[in-house]
Design a protein around this ligand. Structure first.
Ligand code: ARG
Length: 395
């Protein structure tokens, strides 16, 4: 009997090619695992595709709730934006998918784990590190290990009758509930504007002539309602993706530093992530002290780096989670966002835990702030700076 390899399978070009390689070059039976993280694919079609490729078994696992609760939600609490822009949509799914593959490999007594990552990207790091944290089985990654290029893959796919849809021919897409990443093709020229047909979630033409508002209510750092509607987490994210996307909000285009050292031009559609992180960050500014905010921004950026760079399993990540969770108790309240022709702006916020005091801040009469106290404070505050300058001038 041949051994089995369990492959993380999306049904796209890379993973379809990998099935054939595992069968032909590695002489293994293939078990495919497709993890539903809200990519919106037709799971029946993927199962049929796997069958057609001759796999011995196909699993389709619905991990959407787990993805939201254990990955997206912690990332909202961490205001997670890698290099201040990327909401980690792809990055957050990889440890989850890898864990599912490991679980199935144990169940199937498999001899190897497999994935379709290239040696140039971040996903190989995320998959391998999680897999390594769960088993000692060998990891086969034919595209990386055999140094295959996309052109070679396309040819190989044609030869083996693997069908590739037209979008996949033009771009490399990875999508889930939290965002849609579009890479490759014309966008590899970092100066070229992405073509309009690259975008599916965010409208780029005929945008509404009136501004639209989103009111997001948070409890303990997490969104619980939007526009007065209490929605389940998945629906809440879908609702915002749709509404913000229809206002042209949520396109990100930036240069990103990959783990392996390559700079790449990355384009994303992330309407819900953009709105939720903008709103959450704003609410924190109202309820946390300036000391908490200053320190948390360091923790947040380290958190995003760990998630991005495949170190989801590192103990530091859970240490940071403990700190972040401790800060979220007071992050409850409502934030109002205004969206108009692609722009997004916070236009209001309120919270029972607000440290903003109108009576202190107002320039009008009735302020409870005693200005006369400020004079002495400023004197002491700037003491070292002014002394240092006096000394410098003397020399
Ligand atoms: N640059 C992003 C990341 O590393 C997105 C990559 C998504 N594309 C892909 N084909 N997996 O997370």
């Amino acid at each position: 009997m041949k051994g089995k390899a369990v492959l993380a399978f999306s049904g796209g070009l890379d993973t379809s090619v990998v099935v054939k390689y595992l069968q032909e070059k590695y002489n293994l039976d293939v078990v495919t695992v497709t993890v539903d993280v809200g990519q919106g694919d037709d799971q029946k079609k993927i199962a049929a595709k796997a069958k057609k490729l001759g796999v011995v078994k196909h699993y389709n696992l619905d991990a959407r709730s787990e993805f939201v609760n254990d990955f997206i939600f912690p990332s909202i609490k961490a205001n997670a934006l890698y290099q201040k822009k990327y909401c980690l949509a792809t990055a957050l799914t990889r440890p989850l998918i890898a864990q599912k593959v490991v679980d199935i490999a144990k169940k199937e007594s498999a001899k190897a784990l497999a994935h379709g990552c290239t040696g140039k990207g971040n996903d190989q790091v995320r998959f391998d590190v999680t897999m390594r944290s769960g088993t000692t089985l060998p990891i086969i990654a034919p595209i990386r290990d055999l140094n295959l290029t996309r052109d070679v893959e396309l040819k190989f796919a044609k030869k083996h009758g693997i069908q590739i849809d037209n979008t996949a021919k033009r771009f490399s897409i990875d999508q889930n509930l939290w965002g849609r990443a579009i890479e490759g093709g014309v966008m590899e020229d970092a100066y070229k504007e992405p073509p309009e047909d690259a975008f599916i979630w965010v409208k780029t033409k005929n945008l509404p002539d009136k501004p639209q508002y989103l009111e997001i209510e948070f409890k303990g750092g997490l969104p619980v309602a939007v526009d007065g509607k209490h929605l389940k987490p998945i629906e809440l994210i879908q609702y915002i993706n749709k509404k913000a996307g229809s206002c042209g909000v949520g396109i990100v285009d930036h240069i990103e530093d990959r783990v392996v050292g390559i700079k790449s031009r990355e384009v994303y559609e992330t309407p819900a992530a953009t709105c939720l992180i903008e709103a959450h960050t704003d609410l924190e500014k109202m309820v946390l002290t300036k000391h908490e905010l200053k320190f948390k921004s360091i923790v947040d950026s380290e958190w995003a780096w760990l998630a991005y760079s495949g170190l989801w399993q590192d103990p530091l990540k859970s240490d940071l989670d403990m700190f972040i969770n401790a800060t979220q108790m007071r992050v409850s309240g409502t934030v109002k966002l205004k969206m108009f022709k692609g722009s997004l702006r916070v236009v209001g916020r309120k919270s029972d835990y607000s440290l903003y005091s109108h009576d202190l801040a107002t320039y009008g009469s009735g302020s409870t702030f005693d200005q006369t106290l400020a004079k002495g404070f400023v004197e002491l505050w700037g003491f070292q700076s002014t002394e240092a300058n006096k000394l410098l001038k003397k020399r």
